[in-house]
Design a protein around this ligand. Structure first.
Ligand SMILES: CSC[C@H]1O[C@@H](n2cnc3c(O)ncnc32)[C@H](O)[C@@H]1O
Ligand SMILES: [Zn+2]
Length: 444
């Protein structure tokens, strides 16, 4: 049946509205039709199917604004290293052996983790991205996806020209897709020359597509771009015409106050990834300043090899706690703000404007928090529970576009056991490569 009413103990439709106690949501097809107190809704829609969610808190599906989902297969291979060493000495060399099917199964592994932690929409940049697209479509999630582009030949597509051609093919194929959007995705300003960035911008303008890039991630990036171009990363991208509303800039840790202002004026979207930035020792982005100039900031985990999970509950908590501690001010980044970042603002940063809150007209992307877990009791304050107390495994059900993809902790669109088996086999293949090419200590 396409029309249904969901009743629940609590519904948090948006952090700007008070949570609804004993509420009901009406869903017609893929959209939310109505919302209100249970009694009113049940009398207004007497013929709709009713699904009761006792002890559940319904909230908008979370949005992971930046990740590299296939990298779950590399989780734990290189730890406690700075970004450039991690990337150039460990990750890139292993990725040079990357296989199409590793990307597919690594994506499945990550999709399971994301579904179980209430994520309905994510943004990804990786190699062999068509495999990410295939796995995501099968799982039923929404995503902004793009083949990551480098100047040098990539294990995914070969020379850059083929990467650009693949991106254009994907842009055409998914132009009118309701769940998958494509982004032109140059990796960084230190792996993509100004000429490559210009080609990417041309493609993004031709299709009105987002441009997704890592920007100003750490001090080495500032030094390298400074040495090569005598400019700061933001200045360089600006000189190429890259600062525009279609830009999704990831990290933005190393911004001057003037650059924060400039990004705000240009309507750039930001993906803030605090845990990855902390773990790689890259620093802490000026989030309070970004929010005060009205930047649209989403929250991302970054890849599961630098985080090392895809849990947006913990990311929300980290995003608020680091600034409270740093500035010695508990009001500086609030639970409300980080919840906006993980829902509505994240969706806007990924150019999905009709999702991110549970209000009439919005897409029915809904996560269900199981309040029977004792760390979620007592339930005085649903927003505080979501930001400060919830854990990834506490989500019992997940709906995307009005369809359940997880019911009562059971995944409906992915065969978990098959993923477990394939990941075990892929781990053995990767271990073999690591033993041959890297220190035997990795085998421990
Ligand atoms: C071109 S596909 C994506 C590319 O990005 C690498 N990567 C993963 N995490 C980061 C990060 O924090 N900064 C820069 N690059 C990153 C990943 O390994 C792929 O090679
Ligand atoms: Zn990244």
């Amino acid at each position: 049946m396409k029309e249904k009413i969901l009743t629940a103990d609590w519904i948090l439709s948006s952090p700007e509205l008070p949570p609804l106690k004993n509420g009901a949501i009406v869903i017609k097809g893929s959209k939310i039709e109505d919302l209100g107190p249970q009694k009113e809704i049940l009398s207004r829609y007497p013929h709709y199917q009713i699904l009761n969610f006792k002890n559940k808190l319904l909230f908008p599906g979370l949005v992971n604004a930046h990740t590299h989902v296939p990298m779950s297969i590399l989780r734990g291979i290189a730890e406690d290293l700075p970004l450039m060493t991690w990337l150039t000495k460990y990750i890139f060399p292993v990725e040079s052996h990357l296989k199409r099917e590793w990307v597919y199964w690594g994506t499945k592994l990550s999709l399971i983790e994301m579904i179980r932690s209430g994520i309905t929409l994510f943004c990804d940049m990786y190699l062999f991205e068509p495999e990410v697209i295939r796995a995501t479509e099968e799982a039923g999630l929404k995503a902004l996806l793009g083949e990551g582009l480098f100047d040098f030949p990539s294990p995914g597509y070969g020379p850059l020209e083929r990467g650009l051609a693949l991106t254009e093919e994907l842009l055409k194929a998914f132009e009118r897709h309701s769940k998958i959007k494509i982004a032109v995705s140059p990796h960084t300003l230190y792996t993509c020359s100004p000429d490559t960035i210009k080609k990417c911008l041309k493609l993004s303008h031709k299709y009105g597509a987002p441009l997704h890039i890592h920007l100003a991630e750490n001090k080495e990036e500032l030094e390298e771009i400074g040495k090569k171009y005598k400019k700061r990363p933001v200045e360089l991208l600006d000189s190429l015409g890259g600062l525009q509303e279609n830009l999704l800039a990831v990290h933005c840790v190393k911004l001057s106050p003037e650059e924060v202002e400039l990004l705000g004026k240009k309507g750039v979207k930001i993906a803030h990834c605090p845990e990855s930035n902390l773990k790689l020792g890259s620093g802490i982005a000026p989030l309070p300043e970004m929010l005060s100039v009205g930047l649209v900031v989403g929250l991302g985990t970054d890849g599961p090899a630098s985080n090392n999970d895809l849990d947006l509950f913990s990311e929300m908590k980290t995003a608020t706690l680091i600034h409270k501690g740093l500035r010695e001010d508990p009001t500086i980044v609030t639970a409300k703000e980080v919840f906006f970042m993980a829902t509505e603002w994240g969706a806007r940063a990924l150019f999905f404007n009709d999702t991110g809150k549970l209000l009439p007209g919005y897409r029915a992307d809904i996560a269900f928090l199981d309040l029977q877990h004792l760390p979620l009791q007592p339930d005085y304050n649903p927003l505080a529970l979501l930001v400060y107390s919830a854990k990834a495994g506490y989500v019992s059900d997940l709906m995307v576009d009005g369809e359940f993809i997880m019911r009562n902790y059971h995944l409906l669109s992915i065969k978990e056991e098959l993923v477990r088996e394939r990941i075990h086999e892929i781990k053995e293949e990767i271990l073999h490569i690591l033993r041959k090419n890297f220190s035997p200590s990795l085998d421990k």
